[in-house]
Write a protein that binds this ligand. Structure first.
Ligand SMILES: Cc1cc2nc3c(=O)[nH]c(=O)nc-3n(C[C@H](O)[C@H](O)[C@H](O)COP(=O)(O)OP(=O)(O)OC[C@H]3O[C@@H](n4cnc5c(N)ncnc54)[C@H](O)[C@@H]3O)c2cc1C
Length: 527
């Protein structure tokens, strides 16, 4: 995935069939699906693949136990189906993980256990393992750091977890392998319109300032929480403003050390004090605690957590863990914005009640907007988008998406390494050999267990994964910023020096390292 090559393809005046705005889960899924059907596809991403919400998920590939409790059986069934496909298509990046739901009352175990049996039934033969009822001592054996007092038992069930940003990069690489042209650090700045119809877009390379005018039969707006800004570019002759369709809701995660939850089992607290669920998930040698659901108006690329959100997560963790994590234990705090679709009555105050389903809208101009949904269902969303393009006559129908059984670039047949382990070569799947052959395979910039971040990983990110700056490497190719922001800042200069070596003179190593360190400071600010 060579960026210069991709930009050269954007310069080609031949029209595209599909132009996608946004390189998160949704846009990349659409680009891959369309390319796999043989369409000529271009995708532009303003910053980096998964820079938006798609690197900030709780990292669960799940049917959504919570949505089952809300009675949304169709959503859960679809997500369970997609869960199985994703785990099969990218086993190095998405894997089954067992969850334990502890119970502190006499009825909870039976009640939640029954619900999870329904969850198993909905998964059918695609289930990952049967739900089991646990005694209090069995529960403690699986989660030794759980609060023992008042524990009456638990329920064990199965779901999936993944590395969201690396999966996004794998999707981008797979889309390229299917013939798509994808460019990061390249923002759509305007839509081309003729006779009231959208006929393409203008994109600007943020590195060189070069503009590209793309002609496309079909423009897909997959800009996540920013879809309304793109819709605003689609102003008709009368200058009519579009009513926003997204009600953003922010979710905070805190990362703490693994010894707060030294287990390969994740913990689900089924009912927090605000009626949500709280996850504590072992991930890449650390523990993710989260999340929150707070209506938010600000659409910052790097949203700020509220003090009340941090207090909520720490407070709920303290209620169920024997040793309560404090602010001082937080290695990184990161915030994502959910692109929830506004209900038609515009009553968006309670974001927990807004549907997690996605929406696809085709404007009179032909601009197709897709938003909402979740990472787990990105592939099904892409199929829906293509179906809507066919139904609207924007593209001629081409049969069946080939993506259901399409392994992503790097996918091995199976992976024996758990995502709970510190990051390492196993995340590269079949590319591990290429990685090992690069200079610096044994030179570690940061070491954790048998893995960490090697010089070769930085070179791999620049050569094959289109990383363009220190942040691209440390936030999304490696996940060190999310795992331990102080440690990430400590290796920023080394990463910058290696990128300079890979990207050449034009790369400003000092500026890139400095801007990354400022970002890392933001991930360390625990209000
Ligand atoms: C806190 C939280 C936890 C979550 N946990 C899970 C989970 O565990 N499992 C799960 O399945 N789902 C989860 N989700 C949902 C999931 O993360 C999102 O549904 C998904 O990532 C949305 O992807 P997207 O591509 O629509 O948006 P984004 O990832 O935000 O992508 C949109 C992209 O568009 C780009 N863009 C914007 N404007 C332009 C422009 N003008 N030109 C070019 N590019 C542009 C942005 O830079 C951005 O990269 C979670 C969400 C949140 C907030």
């Amino acid at each position: 995935m060579d960026r210069a090559e991709q930009l050269a393809r954007l310069r080609d005046p031949a029209p595209f069939d599909v132009a996608v705005i946004g390189g998160g889960a949704t846009g990349l899924g659409v680009a891959l699906d369309a390319a796999a059907r043989g369409f000529r596809v271009a995708l532009v991403e303003a910053v980096d693949f998964a820079k938006g919400t798609s690197s900030r998920a709780t990292k669960l590939v799940h049917g959504g136990v919570r949505y089952l409790a809300q009675g949304n059986v169709a959503l859960v069934r679809e997500a369970l189906h997609e869960r199985a496909l994703l785990l099969a298509n990218a086993p190095h990046l998405a894997q089954p993980v067992p969850f334990v739901m502890p119970s502190y009352g006499w009825w909870e175990r039976t009640f939640y256990g029954a619900g999870l049996k329904v969850y198993d039934a909905l998964a059918g033969r695609r289930g990952l393992g049967g739900t089991q009822f646990l005694s209090a001592s069995q529960t403690m054996a699986l989660l030794p750091t759980l609060r023992r007092e008042g524990l009456t038992g638990g329920v064990k069930y199965w779901d999936g977890q993944f590395d969201d940003a690396r999966l996004a990069v794998a999707l981008a690489r797979t889309a390229v392998s299917q013939g798509a042209c994808v460019a990061n650090h390249c923002a759509a700045t305007a839509l081309r319109r003729e006779g009231g119809k959208v006929t393409g877009l203008v994109a600007k390379d943020r590195e060189s300032g070069e503009s590209f005018a793309l002609v496309a039969r079909c423009v897909i707006n997959a800009a996540g929480v920013w879809v309304d800004a793109v819709r605003a570019m689609d102003i008709d002759a009368g200058g009519a403003r579009r009513t926003p369709i997204v009600a953003p809701s922010q979710g905070v995660h805190l990362i703490v050390d693994r010894d707060f939850l030294p287990s390969d089992h994740a913990l689900l607290v089924p009912k927090t004090q605000d009626g949500r669920v709280l996850f504590a998930v072992p991930w890449m040698g650390k523990t993710i605690l989260g999340t929150t659901d707070t209506p938010s108006e600000e659409l910052a690329l790097e949203p700020t957590p509220f003090r009340s959100e941090v207090e909520f997560i720490l407070g709920e963790a303290a209620r169920c863990l024997a040793r309560a994590p404090t602010r001082a234990d937080v290695r990184s705090v990161w915030v994502g914005l959910r692109p929830l679709v506004k209900p038609s009555d515009e009553d968006a105050d309670d974001t927990k009640a807004i549907s997690r389903e996605h929406t696809v809208r085709v404007a009179r101009s032909g601009l197709v907007t897709v938003t909402g949904g979740k990472w787990t269902t990105y592939r099904a969303m892409a199929e829906d988008v293509l179906d809507r393009c066919f139904a609207a006559g924007l593209l001629e129908a081409r049969p069946g998406s080939a993506t259901a059984y399409l392994p992503l670039v790097g996918a091995p047949k199976r992976s024996s390494e758990s995502l709970a382990q510190p990051p390492g070569e196993h995340l590269y799947g079949t590319d591990a050999g290429t990685l090992r052959a690069l200079p610096g395979a044994e030179r570690w910039l940061w070491r954790d267990g048998g893995g960490g971040l090697s010089e070769a990983m930085v070179r791999f990110a620049a050569r094959f994964e289109m990383a363009r700056d220190v942040e691209d490497v440390l936030a999304r190719r490696s996940r060190l910023l999310f795992l331990d922001a102080a440690q990430a800042a400590a290796v920023a200069d080394d990463v910058a020096a290696l990128l300079r070596d890979e990207l050449g003179e034009r790369f400003d190593a000092r500026a890139s390292a400095a801007s990354f360190k400022a970002l890392a400071a933001h991930y360390l600010e625990v209000p």
